[in-house]
Design a binder for this molecule. Structure first.
Ligand code: SF4
Ligand code: SF4
Length: 206
C-alpha cells in the first residue's frame, strides 16, 4: 500500500497545537542559568547578561550558562491586519539563505502543518500577495529585487522576516531596509512557530 492510501486509512495527522504551560521541544528562548560563566557568543547576542533574540544563531555555545526553555512563541507581531482573516497570501522571498529557513517554511504546506486549514496560502507573484516573507542574509543583487517585490504588492501589506539572517544579518550580513511587521526569531525557526506567527499576523487567534 502506498503512503497516500496508508494516510487515508489512518486519518488526519496534522501537528497538534501546544497547550498552555506545555513545553515545546523545538523553538526556544534562551534563559539565563543561576550560575554565571564566561560566554563567548559569536554574534554578541548576549551583552551585559541580556539576550537579544534578533542576533542569536542558536549555536548553543553559551550552554550551560544560558539554555533553551522550550518556548515556541518566539516571535513578535508588531502589526497584524484583520482584513486578511479569511485568506492570507504570502510571497516567500529568499534573499540569501543557507536553505535552512526556506526548508522550514516549505514544510508549512506539508500535511503535518497544513497552513491552508488556517486560510494561509503561498503565492508565486508579489502582485497577489498580502505579506512578503523574507528569509536570508541580504545580498547585493537581491536588495533591488526585494524592493521591487515590495513595491509590486498591493496595499495593505505586511512584511514578515524569518530567521536571524533576515532580522539582523546574522554573522555576515546586514538587515533589509524594509521594516518588518512580524519577526520570527530562530536559526532556523520551527515551522510550528512560523505558522503561529502567520496566524496572528492575519488577525486570528489560536
Ligand atoms: S546560542 Fe550562540 S548565538 Fe545564541 S546567545 Fe548563545 S552563544 Fe550566542
Ligand atoms: S537564519 Fe539560520 S537557518 Fe535561516 S538562512 Fe540564516 S543561517 Fe540559515
Amino acid at each position: 500500500m502506498n503512503w497516500f492510501l496508508k494516510g487515508l486509512k489512518k486519518g488526519i495527522k496534522t501537528e497538534r497545537v501546544i497547550q498552555k504551560n506545555e513545553i515545546a521541544l523545538w523553538s526556544t528562548r534562551i534563559m539565563k542559568a543561576k550560575e554565571n560563566g564566561k560566554v563567548s557568543c559569536p554574534t554578541s547576542a548576549i551583552e551585559n547578561s541580556i539576550w537579544n533574540p534578533e542576533r542569536c544563531i542558536f549555536c548553543g555555545r553559551c550552554y550551560p550558562y544560558y539554555y533553551p526553555n522550550g518556548d515556541e512563541d518566539i516571535f513578535e507581531v508588531k502589526q497584524n491586519n484583520k482584513l486578511f482573516k479569511r485568506s492570507f497570501y504570502v510571497y516567500p522571498i529568499d534573499v540569501g539563505t543557507c536553505s535552512g529557513c526556506n526548508f522550514e517554511v516549505k514544510l508549512l504546506a506539508s500535511p503535518q502543518y497544513d497552513m491552508t486549514r488556517f486560510g494561509i496560502f503561498f503565492t508565486n507573484t508579489p502582485r497577489h500577495a498580502d505579506a512578503l516573507l523574507v528569509m536570508g542574509v541580504i545580498t547585493e543583487r537581491m536588495e533591488e529585487v526585494l524592493e521591487r517585490a515590495y513595491d509590486a504588492m498591493p496595499n495593505p501589506k505586511l512584511v514578515i522576516t524569518i530567521g536571524t539572517c533576515a532580522i539582523s544579518g546574522g554573522i555576515i550580513g546586514r538587515n533589509p531596509k524594509i521594516k518588518p511587521d512580524v519577526v520570527v526569531y530562530g536559526c532556523p525557526p520551527n515551522p510550528y512557530t512560523i505558522l503561529k506567527a502567520l496566524i496572528k499576523a492575519k488577525g486570528d487567534k489560536l
